[in-house]
Design a protein around this ligand. Sequence first.
Ligand code: GDP
Length: 366
Amino acid sequence: MKLGIVGLPNVGKSTLFNSLTKAGALAANYPFATIDPNVGVVPVPDDRIEKLGEMYNTKKVTHAVIEFVDIAGLVKGASKGEGLGNQFLSNIREVDAIVHVVRCFEDTNVIHVDGNIGPARDIETINLELIFSDIEILDRRIAKVAKQARMDKTLAKELEQLEAIKAHLEEGKMARTFEVPDDEDLQAWFESYNLLTAKKTIYAANVAEDDLADDGASNEYVAQVRKLAAEEGSMVFVVSAKLEEELSELDDEEKAMFLSDLGVESSGLDKLVAASYDLLGLISFLTAGEDECRAWTIKKGTKAPQAAGKIHTDFERGFIRAEVVNYQDLLDCGSLSAAKEKGIVGLEGKDYVVKDGDVILFRFNV
Ligand code: GDP
C-alpha cells in the first residue's frame, strides 16, 4: 500500500514525511526503503505480532508496512507543466490514497506561498490542479472512445459517462463524489481511468502542538478543513508535524512522557497509519513460527487462497487448506498444539474469508 503526501510548499509535508520514516525505527529492516529518498517505508504498529513473537520465541518479527511518498512541488499551474508539475502529478497517479497536508499553524518565520494562512483556499488550489490533470486524462480518453464508438455501439454508454464525469469535474467537484451507476462496465471503466481526484484522501491539518489536546477544536483553520472534507466525505486528521519530528527522536518511554504532558494519548503518526488502514479497507492476518512472526496486509473480504498468494504465488496456486486460529485465542492457549487440542483451530477451504487477526498456516501442494 502506497500513500502520497501532497500539499502546497511550506505546509509541513517533508517534516511529516521525515518524522514518519524516522519514527519507523524498524524501517531499517526494509532495504528497499533506501532506494528512493522520497519513499519511506513505515511499519504498521501492531503489538499482536510482538506478542506472538514472544510466544514462539521467534527469531524475527516482521510488521506489515505502508509506503509513504513525499510528493513535493505541487504548485499552482502544475497541471500546465509549471514547476515540473506533470511529473509530480504522474507520481500521484501511482499511489493508493492521498494524504493532503494543510497548514493550520501560525508562524511568521515560515513563509506561506500566498502570503497568509487560508486552508480552504490552499485545498482548492491543490485540488484544482488535480482536477485539471484529470480533465486532461478524460479528454484523451473521450477522443479515443468517440472514435471507437463509431464502430462499436456498446461504447456509447462509456462515452456518455466520460462526458458526465468531465462535467462534474468542471463544476470544481472531485471525481470521488461522482456517483457511478451500479453497472459492472461503468464501474470498471471508472476505475481504469485512475483519476487523481477519485483517490481516497485524508486531509492532515497541521497544527501547533497546543492545538492537539482538543484535536484542533478551537482552531478556526481546522474547522475550515473539516467543513470541506465533510462535503466530499473525506477524513480529517489533526497532527503537529513539528511535534512529530521531535517525537521521532525520542525512545518509547520518553515519548510516552512527552505525550502525557501534552494531554495526548498516542502519537499522531500511529493514528495516521491506523486511519489509512481503515480508509483503504485493509486488515492484517498473521503468520507465526520459530523463524518469523509476521503481519500481512490484505483487503477486507479476501479469501484464503488469495491471502496465501500474498506470501507466495505458489501458495495460492497449490492451495489445499488453511489452518486458522484467532490471535487472542491462540495466545490464551499458550501454544498452537494446545489450541489444536482444544479444537479451536479451524480447517478452512478456498471460500474462507480471512478475518483481521487470524493466525494462519497454509497447506499447499508444490
Ligand atoms: P513542505 O514544503 O510542505 O515539505 O514543508 P516543510 O516540511 O519543509 O516545512 C516548511 C517549514 O515549516 C519548515 O521550516 C518547518 O520546520 C516548518 N513547519 C512544519 N510544520 C510545522 C508546524 O507544525 N509548526 C511550525 N511552527 N512550523 C512547522
